[in-house]
Design a protein around this ligand. Structure first.
Ligand code: ADP
Length: 369
């Protein structure tokens, strides 16, 4: 209902809210801090089968399987801490107690003093086929084989990323211009800001794809993993210094392995960068890089560990999910691409987080020279 005293600016704000929330294509819910449903948009009503009014005031436990409740509160706690958790694989319940498989993005909402006062949930449903494909790591590997392995993926990605870069640039500069124009109502500025923030995120994804791809051939050559680590360290040196993160090296004797230096530098760079971001100016932040030969496994290892806060247990199985991120400006592509690249090298990647804190990422290579 339109309020008679509503100013044109308020009316515009309301239309904007209707457009970006109630009538958005993406199903969305708003929950308060105690995880009670406050607002539901039309797409969420359609997806979950409740009527909007039925859902309002319901506790989150009505929408989530009992076994997932602990994960759910861990997820919201993490979003409260970091601002956002994107694309977490999750189940939700419909009004008739059917299960909907989806990717859940949780964004924390803050009051003027910066305290978290609620959460916005973005639901992205997945078909059962896509869901089981995501559970099977070999699906990606086989798809890659069909595409004639990494070379083709690199070419495709780089073509796609280049094509998308220009339209994104137009969106970004137009929204910047709109926001900067004098006399624009606040709601238009807010809308332009929203477009700008999302276009920046899309640009970052495109940049990551371009960093990880290349249009030329993928060439495996005999290479020392310690040398690959040193090259990546050189590239990331200024970030390490700026964040005051110390580096400890422990390179033991190990045979060379077959690797593509370009791809491997991107993988190692990204893992070190994750460690630097996790340390986030912590005093005595340290990254340790070690390599060597594991006689029992017959593998060469390159392990990168940090003494940051480590990973929440519930997050471990989501790490290799494309677009899963707990960072406000993350792309969630780093570890996903790292695993694909390790697969193509006939190797693997193992992530663990010991109880005493910190994260350990180990790259393992089978094919030795
Ligand atoms: P992004 O860095 O863009 O978020 P990644 O795929 O590289 O994407 O990482 C996915 C998520 O894994 C990160 O958002 C973070 O939550 C977690 N993560 C990765 N490395 C670390 C680390 N060293 N310490 C703590 N969390 C980490």
């Amino acid at each position: 209902m339109t309020n008679k005293k509503e100013t044109p600016q308020h009316a515009l704000q309301r239309s904007l809210f209707d457009a970006v929330f109630f009538n958005a294509q993406e199903p969305m819910l708003v929950l308060d801090r105690g995880l009670t449903v406050l607002l539901v948009n039309n797409s969420a009503v359609k997806l979950l089968g409740w009527s909007g009014l039925d859902m309002t005031g319901k506790p989150a436990s009505a929408l989530v399987l009992e076994k997932d409740l602990a994960d759910f509160s861990e997820l919201t706690a993490l979003a409260a801490k970091n601002g956002v958790v994107r694309n977490y694989r999750f189940y939700m319940l419909t009004s008739s107690k059917n299960i909907v498989r989806l990717f859940l993005t949780v964004q924390s909402l803050k009051d003027e003093a910066g305290a978290v006062n609620g959460f916005c949930f973005y639901l992205s449903p997945v078909s059962p086929d896509e869901w089981s494909a995501l559970k099977d790591p070999h699906v990606f590997k086989n798809a890659a084989r069909k595409l004639n392995r990494l070379t083709s993926i690199g070419q495709l990605t780089s073509m796609f990323a280049h094509d998308i870069k220009n339209p994104l640039h137009v969106i970004l500069s137009t929204s910047e211009l709109l926001r900067a124009q004098e006399g624009q109502p606040e709601s238009v500025k807010t809308g332009a800001e929203l477009i700008e923030r999302n276009a920046r995120r899309a640009s970052k994804i495109v940049k990551t794809l371009l960093d990880f791809s290349r249009s030329g051939m993928c060439r495996l050559e005999p290479y020392s993993v310690a040398d690959a680590a040193e090259s990546a360290l050189e590239l990331i040196d200024s970030s390490l210094k700026a964040a005051k993160v110390g580096v400890q090296r422990d390179f033991a004797e190990a045979p060379k392995v077959f690797l593509d230096p370009h791809y491997m530098h991107s993988v190692i760079y990204n893992i070190i960068n994750n460690a630097v971001q996790a340390l986030d100016g912590a005093p005595q932040g340290r990254v340790k890089i070690s390599s060597g030969w594991l006689e029992k496994e017959k593998e060469v290892f390159l392990t990168i560990s940090d003494n940051g806060p480590g990973l929440e247990t519930g997050m471990l199985e989501n790490l290799f999910q494309p677009f899963f991120t707990t960072k406000d400006n993350g792309t969630g592509l780093g570890l996903y691409l790292a695993r694909q690249i390790m697969d193509e090298h006939g190797g693997r990647i193992i992530v663990s987080s010991p109880a005493e804190g910190g994260a350990i990422v180990s790259l393992r290579f089978k094919k030795t020279v």
